[in-house]
Ligand binder design. Structure first.
Ligand code: UD1
Ligand code: MG
Length: 475
């Protein structure tokens, strides 16, 4: 999938993305186009692909939850033109509103791409090819089509015996013969601006859905000039998502491709069926991904690292030879040969150097752990810096929160921290310090010292449980 195509090559002037629909079939409080596939909204994906064409004017049509969709669109592309569709429904009405606004502002000219925003895997290469076909055939309008084994729900492309496109018939308006057609409209078109303006001028809503259909514009465009179609070979790239069943199916098919891409790059993925990898993740050859992993955001995994089983990495950096098992790790750097897990929870902001360990039931947040230091069991290390080659006893906690502020703990290098310690932050412990089991460290400890807490052991040899003393019934 290429995402950078030279604007001069495509010669496209205007791109209109339709994002005004509610997406009723998603049954969601959220507009359909803000649902995500592999960690990115449908809208951002389509806008990214369209932007690759280099059209000078890029417009997004909004209506349902207009402010929310417009804000998202502007966050992906600050120069986008927002068009507000009025209360008249339909893809045709959306384009009428866009054409009117762009004409009024002097931005409607040349070749115009129209794309629905509910096709999350649309890519720049497919769009560029459509524009190239439109140009080379000298068309007034060109529609992007595809062939589907199950075309249910889509508009069908009706051609004459010579293969010329006559019109598009929506599922709900199609007769049995039309429903048998497997070539479908993808909702991506290129029109010459003047043809589009004329073709949408008098659309009506005399159809099963009572909507102004953009598809009707093609039939009208035939009266003005040549209407062509180009059939995308990769149907995945042009599949629309109208409900969550389609979304899951498309996301799965996309993930299969992503996993196969990484396996071909030399990454071992033991079970692609249970491994999910988002698009911006980078994995070096000879990394191993074990079953049940979810690699998200800008995660980077180096060569020789082993991830999993059952690990979630979110914007994490895993260096070479590190092993991360059954853990959740977010915005954290794991140094070379570090051992993480199982059941380790690393919240944002940690930096673990080479040969470190964060073992079972260890939680960290904003912790900087220097080389060779180990936190093997049942600990919480937050807002802390641990020096090099220090060992932290099981059950140790940095008490970093006094109810108002988060306070820092500094522990030096070469320390031996006993089991069950409590560091009450803010507190600083020097290098080479040994602490006794169960110490509560509230004050600074100098280099090389030994620290322990008074923790008197009381033994009552005559003690008996209440029920033995006859004070209470044993239950
Ligand atoms: C549409 C096409 C159908 C095609 C299918 C491909 C029409 C009439 N039908 O049907 O031929 O096979 O896409 O996926 O065009 N939108 C607006 N304003 C509206 C209604 C919709 O901007 O008033 C936007 C939606 O946000 C969406 C796109 O247009 O991004 C398509 O709308 P949708 O309701 O999904 O149309 P389909 O029924 O899928
Ligand atoms: Mg749709």
């Amino acid at each position: 999938m290429t995402d950078s195509v030279n604007a001069q090559q495509t010669g496209l002037d205007v791109a209109i993305i339709l994002a005004a629909g509610e997406g009723t079939r998603m049954k969601s409080d959220k507009p359909k186009v803000l649902h995500e596939l592999a960690g990115k909204t449908f809208l951002s994906r389509v806008m990214d692909s369209v932007r690759g064409l280099g059209a000078a004017t890029r417009a997004v049509v909004v209506h349902y939850q207009a402010d929310r969709v417009a804000e998202a669109a502007r966050s992906y592309d600050p120069d986008v033109v927002i068009v507000n569709q009025d209360d008249k429904p339909g893809t045709g009405r959306a384009v009428q509103c866009a054409v009117q606004q762009l004409t009024e502002t002097g931005r409607f000219c040349g070749s115009v791409l129209i794309a629905a925003s509910d096709m999350p895997l649309l890519d720049t290469a497919t769009l560029a090819e459509l524009v190239a076909v439109h140009r080379s055939q000298g068309n007034a309008a060109t529609v992007l089509t595809t062939r589907l084994d199950d075309p249910f729900g889509y508009g069908r492309v009706i051609r004459d015996e010579d293969g010329n496109v006559l019109r598009i018939v929506e599922q709900k308006d199609a007769n049995a013969a039309e429903q048998a057609v497997t070539e479908v409209n993808t909702s991506v078109y290129v029109f010459e601006a003047s043809v589009l303006a004329a073709a949408i001028a008098d659309l009506d809503s005399n159809n099963a859905q009572g909507e102004f259909y953009l598809t009707d514009a093609l039939e009208k465009a035939r009266r003005i000039g040549k209407v062509g179609a180009w059939t995308a070979t990769d149907s995945l790239a042009v599949e629309g998502v109208n409900d969550r069943v389609q979304l899951a199916r498309l996301a799965k098919a996309h993930n299969v491709r992503v996993c196969e891409k990484w396996m071909r790059e030399g990454v071992t993925i033991l079970d692609p069926d249970t491994t999910w990898i988002e698009d911006d993740v980078r994995i070096a050859h000879d990394a191993e991904i074990l079953p049940g992993c979810f690699l998200q955001g800008s995660t980077v995994v180096a060569s020789g690292a082993v991830v999993g089983p059952y690990t979630t990495l979110i914007d994490a950096v895993i260096d070479e030879g590190a092993h991360v098992e059954r853990s959740r790790i977010q915005q954290t750097h794991i140094g070379p040969r570090a051992a993480i897990g199982p059941w380790t929870y690393l919240r944002p902001g940690n930096d673990l150097a080479a040969d470190t360990k964060a073992g079972a039931f260890v939680e960290m947040k904003k912790a900087h752990i220097d080389e060779g230091t180990k936190v093997p069991h049942l600990s919480y290390i937050g807002d802390a810096h641990l020096g090099a080659h220090t060992n932290i006893g099981g059950g140790t906690i940095t008490a970093n929160y006094d109810g108002v502020h988060k306070n820092r703990t500094e522990i030096g290098s070469g320390c031996h921290v006993g089991a069950g310690n409590m560091f009450v932050a803010p507190v600083t412990v020097g290098d080479g310090v040994t602490t006794g089991a169960g110490s509560v460290v509230r004050h600074a400890v100098p280099d090389g010292a030994m620290v322990y807490s008074e923790n008197t052991q009381h033994v009552d040899e005559d003690w008996k449980p209440a029920w033995e003393r006859g004070d209470a019934e044993r239950n």
